[in-house]
Design a protein around this ligand. Structure first.
Ligand SMILES: [Zn+2]
Length: 146
């Protein structure tokens, strides 16, 4: 009898134990995977906002070197754009994998920098919803439209 009891335990998992383990693992996965995706989306949004801020610093440096004038045309901020002398590395949105847009606002002698997801089908996803437009305005800061 003692031998039989010992045998039962050295055989490995019973079917019931396996089912319980699989149920626990799948429950954990169901809880963890959405929050991991959310954390990754949040990290992409933060790095996109940082990229927009870096471009605005490039624009400000450009104006310092050009009699306080901003570039007075619209363009995509690539390594061959008017900001090329201020480019230190390739700056792309981590969601759309595309370059940012610079828009000159002639009536206020100001500008806006848009995340390329604003004109792409790929969007920033947040717990608040999907961002349709993400841009920086030197007077208002970084703006999100849902
Ligand atoms: Zn972006």
């Amino acid at each position: 009898m003692k031998g039989g009891y010992k045998n039962f335990h050295t055989k490995g998992f019973t079917l019931l134990e396996l089912i319980i383990v699989i149920a626990i693992i799948s429950t954990l996965a169901m809880v963890l995977i959405p929050s991991l995706t959310e954390a990754r989306n949040q990290a992409k949004l933060i790095s996109c906002k940082t990229a927009i801020k870096n471009i605005s610093t490039m624009v400000e440096n450009y104006s310092v070197d050009n009699n306080d004038k901003y570039p007075n045309l619209d363009f995509q901020v690539t390594i061959s754009s008017p900001l090329k002398d201020y480019y230190t590395s390739i700056i792309k949105c981590p969601v759309s994998k595309d370059e940012y847009y610079y828009y000159y606002l002639s009536n206020s002698n100001s500008y806006q920098i848009y995340c390329p997801t604003s004109s792409s089908t790929l969007k920033h996803k947040t717990p608040k919803g999907i961002i349709q437009k993400l841009y920086f305005d030197p007077k208002e800061g970084t703006k999100e439209e849902y």
